[in-house]
Design a protein. Structure first.
Lengths: 252, 316
């Protein structure tokens, strides 16, 4: 086995042995989904006075399932990945790896592989929960949904690498990642429906990657027209964060 | 073994010999604090060179600059003829190191760690053989967090060797090891050298430096204040030999013995200071006067004395 693959494999095994962060990452979106679905049901909502359509014209449960797939991806990128990398830096694991000449790119690739795996697990859990508990359907365009999922996972892996690159300790990573995650969850379409946001909140949402990630997963999942703007924004976050993360990455 | 490994190895390598490590005029400051103030150093292939000095004397910074982990402010470093900053990729397989303040993930098992680091080399050592050599065979499946301090240390040294490096840097290799594990580690370092590996050893332990190193470099406040073989350094810097014994009688006559510089008495204990074959001459003089103390013995100056003389007493 080559060094890059062995490193990725070791990281996967370590994750398996210390599943607490993964459980949190997967459980939190799942519980929230189940609560919201229970509260809002799956009837389409149209404002009787203004005729305004909520939840992008689909039922709340249908809306939230793909949104929470994106949210699980965001949890990986905003919390588990940066905390993991920062803890490695804090404890001198990065120092050890670097001293043996492990290139930064090899480490990053291993972390991205692990992030993909966890995000995939999260997506499956959310999709299954929706299908089993509320009978939500499979994605309307499965291949496009998968491609969208991969794109947003890479995007949030890049966000996570950037956070993990600059935050010195696990505590710092937690202190930064958790609020970011909660804010994004509330304003980016995984909390109140986007139509309900006030002007300033909507403006804030436009600057956050989860807004686009939710769209990128929802569009093919719900059979809505492809949102090229959201795809482009996601790709831009991916490239920007990856470039900045590799540039700012510190081993110690 | 090459000439450089003999006890009487020259204090400086021949000017023409190819060097495993070459350092010239290395300077490094962290803000106002100067860590290295122009350090030069040569290590020949197959040598074991020790870097000694008090805490904060710049030892670790020096090693980190040589490894390319830190960028020096000024000066030149070559490892096997390569620039550690520019040729990191090529040096990866040629250089091994065990550093302070480095660790492995808690749940990573000893065997997995060795296999992971072995995969970085084209022709690695056998991880199982290394585990056996370093006394970790029974801990192949033990997670790093569950290893004792000494076991962790041995694993980190084994990791430094698993790529079969041509030059290996060991920073405080035996810290945390019990006396028997230290002896074992010394034997293993001898083995490594016998296979032709060059070793740079940073150490606090003078017995270790004396036992293992062909040459030593003594650092104080970022400068080299002494260099040479342990024997040379002792001869040059450790000062006078002492002879001690117990005697009630007046032994002032010893001042006339050739080489004696001083005779001191504390209670029944006599300390004679001087140079040359002091013990034999003092013994002969005592016997000639009918005195034959049973506890007559020389106190030979050691590397410890060199260390104290060159790096300053505590608080100096």
């Amino acid at each position: 086995m080559g060094a890059a693959r062995r490193l990725a494999w070791v990281e996967v095994k370590l994750l398996w042995r210390e599943p607490l962060t993964v459980v949190f990452t997967l459980l939190f979106p799942l519980i929230t989904l189940l609560v919201l679905a229970e509260v809002f049901g799956n009837a389409r909502e149209v404002d009787p006075v203004t005729g305004e359509v909520f939840y992008r014209g689909v039922g709340p449960v249908d809306y939230y399932v793909p949104a929470y797939v994106a949210l699980a991806v965001a949890a990986v990128g905003l919390i588990s990945l940066p905390v993991h990398l920062a803890a490695y830096r804090e404890r001198g694991v990065l120092r050890r790896l670097r001293a043996s000449g492990v290139p930064a790119a090899m480490l990053m690739a291993a972390e991205v592989a692990v992030a993909l795996l966890v995000a995939l697990a999260g997506a499956v859990v959310i999709a299954l929960a929706g299908a089993v508990v509320y009978g939500t359907g499979a994605p309307a365009r499965p291949l496009a949904a998968l491609a969208g999922f991969l794109l947003v996972t890479l995007t949030f892996a890049a966000v996570g690498l950037l956070l993990g690159a600059v935050l010195p300790t696990a505590r710092a990573a937690q202190a930064a990642g958790l609020p970011l995650f909660l804010v994004m969850m509330m304003v980016c379409g995984a909390g109140p429906p986007p139509e309900a946001l006030t002007g300033p909140l909507a403006a804030l949402a436009r600057g956050l990657p989860l807004t686009y990630a939710v769209r990128v997963v929802q569009d093919p999942w719900l059979g809505l027209p492809t949102g090229w703007g959201a795809l482009a924004a996601s790709a831009a976050f991916l490239v920007g964060c990856a470039a900045l993360g590799l540039r700012l990455f510190r081993w110690e | 073994m090459g000439t450089a490994t003999r006890p009487d190895a020259p204090s400086a390598p021949a000017a023409t010999a190819p060097r495993a490590v070459e350092v010239r005029g290395l300077r490094k400051a962290y803000g106002e604090r100067v860590a290295l103030a122009g350090v030069s150093l040569d290590v020949l292939p197959g040598e074991i060179v020790g870097i000694i000095g008090r805490n904060g004397s710049g030892k670790t910074t020096l090693v980190e600059c040589i490894l390319g982990l830190r960028r020096a402010d000024d000066g030149r470093v070559r490892v096997l003829g390569l620039d550690p900053q520019a040729d990191r990729g090529r040096l990866r397989a040629l250089v091994g190191c065990q550093l302070q303040e480095s660790a492995l993930p808690d749940r990573l098992r000893a065997g997995e760690a060795l296999e992971l680091f072995a995969s970085l080399a084209a022709e690695p050592a056998d991880p199982r053989a290394l585990l056996a050599e370093w006394g970790l065979t029974g801990h192949r499946r033990t997670p790093f967090a569950a290893l004792s301090g000494g076991q962790r240390q041995r694993l980190l040294v084994a990791l430094a060797l698993v790529t079969r490096p041509r030059v290996v840097f060991l920073d405080e290799m035996t810290t945390g090891l019990d006396p028997s594990a230290r002896r074992t580690a010394w034997g293993l370092i001898d083995d490594i050298r016998r296979r032709g590996t060059t070793v740079v050893l940073v150490t606090h332990f003078m017995d270790e430096a004396e036992r293992l190193c062909d040459r030593l470099v003594v650092l104080r406040e970022g400068r080299v204040v002494g260099r040479g073989s342990p024997g040379e350094l002792i001869a040059r810097h450790a000062g006078q030999t002492r002879v001690t014994f117990t005697a009630a009688a007046d032994v002032g006559f010893l001042r006339a013995v050739p080489g004696v510089r001083a005779v001191e008495r504390t209670g029944g204990r006599v300390i004679v200071r001087g140079e040359g074959p002091l013990c034999a001459l003092v013994g002969a003089a005592l016997v000639a006067r009918g005195l034959a103390p049973t506890d007559l013995r020389p106190v030979l100056p050691g590397l410890e004395d060199v260390f104290l003389a060159l790096t300053g007493e505590e608080g100096a």
